[in-house]
Design a protein around this ligand. Structure first.
Ligand SMILES: [Zn+2]
Length: 71
């Protein structure tokens, strides 16, 4: 299961960060696997939505992204 929380447009880098609530995420900050975590997929607008970065966080470490994405 993956649920889109929101998108962040970073015009300076010409990318969009798509923030998802995802199942079975291993946080890259604390290395703990959680049943539900935050996944941040960075896609390039210049290269027709090519995924340039994928980051995974637990709810605590992804909270800042989730808050920004949901405005
Ligand atoms: Zn974490």
């Amino acid at each position: 299961m993956r649920q889109l929380l929101g998108k962040l447009r970073l015009t300076s880098r010409n990318v969009t960060e798509e923030v998802y609530l995802s199942e079975h995420i291993c946080c890259q900050t604390c290395q703990i696997t959680v049943p539900m975590g935050i996944e941040v997929v960075t896609v390039s607008e210049a290269e027709s939505k090519k995924v340039v970065k994928r980051a995974r966080y637990c709810r605590a470490h992804g909270a800042e992204y989730a808050a920004k994405a949901m405005g």
